[in-house]
Design a protein around this ligand. Structure first.
Ligand code: COA
Length: 259
């Protein structure tokens, strides 16, 4: 599929989606958000894709936020729509995909950019990356899940400080906060992300999909994560992947998961 603002390519069972608006520091306008939704949907539906990596083009920015020029004139109801449609189409959509999503943060991840990285299942950053939620400096608050996902990842106090100061943290602070799992050089960013993806791919994709549902359930209003874990644990026992995984262990061979 041909996109205007993103690139999507698949190799070795990894689909890499690259936001490609470098002159606007990869800011998320409406069309980019829609294209990202489609690219993630296609990757999820592609049986050849085992892991998705999301990154930004160039060395300066992952995503410098939602496109400010697009929403500057919005009314209250238009703003609510922007946030709710964006959350449904992209941010919650990514967080709830069955296919693991790694954000490879190659530069500024600000506002909607950090929210996009936080919607991924985990994050890897290059050493010059800068992260922040600067929305209150514009007279608004994060609207793509940032007020919820940042405290979940770094704790309430750190999130409050980041949101209230509108400041940026560097990659090593993000690592110390637990916001990113690894920090590496720019040139190794995709190499490391792909290496982690390869480790993930050795395991059962069916079990991984169940694990994502169980982990996410603990962060969802009205859901009990422990109950969901029991359900997903039981469900795994009915899968061909479970039969292959346990049989391979007993037969002292490497599992070849059908899922
Ligand atoms: N929305 C729309 N356009 C954006 C953007 C955004 N969030 N972030 C950057 N851009 C555009 C700039 O307007 C500029 O476009 P122009 O060349 O047509 O004028 C281009 O990207 C380059 O950005 P610029 O500000 O000139 O780069 P810089 O190196 O001086 O500063 C940043 C980099 C990231 C510090 C700065 O761009 C910035 O603060 N961006 C906004 C961050 C933000 O508040 N995000 C949250 C939005 S809710």
């Amino acid at each position: 599929m041909k996109f205007n603002h993103i690139l999507s390519e698949t190799s070795d069972h990894i689909t890499t989606i690259t936001i490609n608006r470098p002159t606007k520091l990869n800011a998320l306008n409406k069309e980019t958000t829609q294209e990202l939704h489609l690219a993630f949907k296609n990757a999820e539906g592609d049986s050849g894709t085992k892991v998705i990596i999301i990154t930004g083009s160039g060395e300066k920015a992952f995503v410098a936020g939602a496109d400010i020029s697009e929403f500057a004139h919005f009314s209250v109801s238009e703003a609510e729509n922007l946030a709710s449609e964006g959350q449904a189409l992209l941010f919650d959509f990514i967080a709830n995909l069955s296919t693991p999503v790694i954000a490879a943060i190659n530069g500024f991840a600000l506002g909607g950019g950090l929210e996009l990285a936080m919607a991924a299942h985990f994050r890897v950053a290059c050493d010059h990356a800068k992260m922040g939620l600067p929305e209150v400096s514009l007279g608004v608050i994060p609207g793509y899940g940032g007020t919820q996902r940042l405290p979940q990842l770094v704790g309430k106090g750190r999130a409050m400080e980041m949101i209230m100061t509108a400041g940026m943290i560097d990659a090593s602070t993000a690592f110390n906060y637990g916001l990113v799992n690894h920090v590496t050089s720019q040139e190794d960013l995709l190499v490391l992300s792909r290496k982690i993806a390869s480790k993930i791919m050795r395991n059962s994709s069916v079990a991984i999909a169940s694990a994502i549902i169980a982990v996410n359930a603990g962060y969802m209003e009205g859901q009990n994560g422990y109950d969901e874990e029991i359900r997903q644990f039981g469900k795994c026992f009915g899968t061909a992947d479970f039969r292959e995984g346990t049989t391979a262990f007993i037969e002292k061979r490497k599992a070849d998961f059908p899922g």
